[in-house]
Design a protein around this ligand. Structure first.
Ligand SMILES: *Cc1c(COP(=O)(O)O)cnc(C)c1O
Length: 226
């Protein structure tokens, strides 16, 4: 099992290097978040022991279990977050990727204030406008960034998106390109509590394309764990 996982990790790393090379970017600028949502805590621990020290979960209960099991990892919350579960996540993870609505930002801020910490988040954007998908509409980014300075315990470090599932991976490129473009556009302006340096985009289906388009965090699950 471990051996097979090791082979997969090496393959993915090679593909990341190739994509980075193609885009004339440094591999070391790209962080892999290994998404452990489909595997048990021991498998996640095996991945951590093989050097994948950023791990991601999309459910709070699983996140809590695995954090207990692997406290040394940098944890990432990548899934829909209910306001009543915010207390279990804030202060426990390195980055919340899935900030998708204003009232969640308020709840995260409130918890950050209670703990006396600054909470790092990414704004999740629904670029393709898929109805079933979470995320801010790109047209709402400006207003959010204008307002987030009121929430003193939040810091917005960039954007995250999930591309649509497609048959031909090239179809994801315009989605990633738009997220990159938005990042560049808003980077040139000054907002309080905002430091746009991360683009979290690309999964098993499409991480090569995402890297070519500027991703510096990729979230990969099934390519590692089957
Ligand atoms: C599951 C998940 C991933 C990883 O997906 P794979 O296709 O297994 O690589 C990435 N991001 C989010 C938000 C997810 O829920």
């Amino acid at each position: 099992m471990t051996n097979e996982l090791e082979i997969r990790i090496n393959n993915i790393k090679k593909r990341i290097e190739q994509a980075a090379l193609k885009a004339k970017r440094k591999t070391s600028d790209i962080t892999i978040v290994a998404v452990t949502k489909t595997v048990d805590a021991d498998t996640a621990l095996a991945a951590f022991n093989l050097g994948l020290n950023n791990l991601g979960e999309n459910r709070v209960q699983e996140l809590k279990n695995k954090i207990q099991h692997i406290p040394g990892a940098y944890w990432h919350m990548i899934g829909r977050l209910q306001t009543n579960k915010v207390k279990d996540v804030v202060g426990q993870v390195r980055l919340i990727h899935s900030l998708d609505r204003w009232n969640l930002a308020e709840a995260i801020n409130k918890r950050g204030v209670q703990l006396g910490i600054e909470v790092p988040v990414l704004m999740e954007l629904n670029i393709a406008g898929e109805e079933q998908k979470a995320g801010f509409h790109p047209d709402d980014v400006q207003h959010f960034l204008d307002s987030v300075g009121q929430l003193k315990s939040i810091r917005v470090y960039g954007f995250m998106t999930v591309a649509p599932q497609v048959k031909n991976v090239e179809e994801t490129r315009p989605v990633f390109r738009e997220l990159s473009w938005l990042q560049d556009k808003f980077k040139s302006k000054i907002y309080s509590n905002v430091d746009l340096k991360y683009l979290s985009m690309g999964m098993t289906q499409d991480f090569d394309v995402a890297i070519e388009e500027g991703a510096n965090i990729v979230r990969i699950g099934s390519a590692f764990f089957g």
